[in-house]
Design a protein around this ligand. Structure first.
Ligand code: NAD
Ligand code: ZN
Ligand code: ZN
Length: 346
């Protein structure tokens, strides 16, 4: 089978031929329908060995946002049929610790001992004809959802869902949620805030095209990111600030913007991993504001995201690329020229 491999830190990935894996006891082989291209993959491609998380080591096949159909079942796996359409829950924990038993494998206590953080993140992922999933607990039935458009729900949908859900009690009528970065994750974040809360949505991006996209998805205000943005958001909120700021970039200017516009008692969720930091000592940020750096979401939350999509209330806008053109998708993402999410369709 073909697979897009990250062979070593600091080297561009390459498309190679690998033997199609055979599922061992408890494992499931999927024929990949869609593998979303995440900006985290660009971080992976750019990181040196020193910058990379110690829990991940190449070589491995990229692609951590995957859907497919069941191609083969390992010994002892029951309850599934060949051909069943499924989404892969992406953060693969030990399956046994307390957070894992609560379905929050994103918070597994044994991360670092497992040899990877998930398929496409240390283990072989879905940018290939087939993906080996180590345990059926990591599969979620797709039902009637289009498997290609559903692939981004597993990360670009789940991650902002988890981040926003944590702040829902703050989002009452009259409140404001700021979404910074309306790309793969951000275009889902705008919809999720709109579906789960009555808050006014203010979107921020560096691209007019992304701001148009945000407006179409329900943002009442869409602002170019720049030196005036914080003042404009303060003005829009009567000088008080926003109840929620979700930063889906995480660069120095965006975390500074988030800290500058959150209100007292508000919540800042820095989802983007571009390395920006702000001091959060008492007196440096508004009183009682909370700052978090969330990671992905739980398997139960993935079911909730899929249910929202099945109800027609959340969708990923996707541009598809064949596996041979996966690097073109990443180049387009790097150039900021994608609207929504790129999905690789092997
Ligand atoms: P993307 O490239 O699809 O979208 C990024 C968006 O941010 C683009 O629309 C871009 O125009 C905009 N942007 C860039 N610089 C900006 C700035 N200074 N101000 C405002 N907007 C700006 O990326 P994505 O796949 O949505 O990923 C977003 C970030 O989230 C990445 O850092 C990724 O690694 C991270 N991520 C984190 C998690 C997690 O669990 N914490 C999960 C998935 C992705
Ligand atoms: Zn991702
Ligand atoms: Zn665990």
């Amino acid at each position: 089978m073909r697979a897009l491999r990250l062979n070593a830190w600091g080297e561009p990935p390459s498309l190679v031929e690998l033997p199609t894996p055979e599922p061992g006891p408890g494992e499931v082989l999927l024929k990949i329908a869609g593998a979303g291209a995440c900006h985290s993959d660009i971080h992976l491609m750019d990181w040196s060995a020193e910058q990379a998380p110690p829990a991940i080591a190449p070589p491995f096949t990229l692609g951590h946002e995957n859907t497919g159909t069941i191609a083969a079942l390992g010994a002892g796996v029951s309850g599934w049929e060949i051909g069943d359409p499924v989404a892969v829950y992406g953060p693969w924990g030990c399956g046994r610790c307390r957070p894992c038993r609560l379905s929050a494998e994103n918070l597994c206590e044994r991360t670092g001992e497992l040899g990877g953080m998930g398929g496409g993140l240390g283990f072989d992922g879905g940018m290939a004809d087939y993906e080996l999933v180590p345990d059926q607990r990591l599969l979620v039935p797709l039902g009637d959802l289009d498997p290609i458009a559903a692939a981004p729900l597993t990360d670009a949908g789940l991650t902002p869902y988890h981040a926003i859900k944590a702040a829902l009690p703050l989002l009452v009528p009259g409140s404001t949620a700021v979404v910074i970065g309306v790309g793969g994750l951000g275009h889902m974040a705008v919809q999720i805030v709109g579906e789960l809360s009555p808050a006014r949505i203010v979107a921020v991006d560096t691209s007019e095209q992304k701001l148009d996209h945000a407006r179409r998805l329900g943002a009442e205000e869409a602002l170019l990111s720049g030196p005036e943005t914080a003042a404009r958001i303060r003005e829009l909120t009567g000088g008080i600030g926003a109840e929620l700021v979700v930063d889906l970039v995480g660069a120095q200017p965006t975390v500074e913007l988030a800290a500058a516009v959150v209100r007292s008692g508000g919540h800042v969720s820095v989802v983007g991993i571009a390395g920006g930091t702000v001091p959060v000592g008492n007196g440096t940020v508004p009183f009682d504001a909370t700052f978090t750096g969330p990671y992905w979401g739980s398997a139960v939350e993935l079911r909730e995201v899929l249910a929202l999509a099945a109800a027609g209330r959340l969708r990923a806008d996707v541009e598809t690329f064949p596996l041979e053109q996966a690097m073109t998708a990443y180049e387009k993402m790097r150039a900021g020229a994608l609207v929504g999410r790129a999905v690789i369709t092997p």
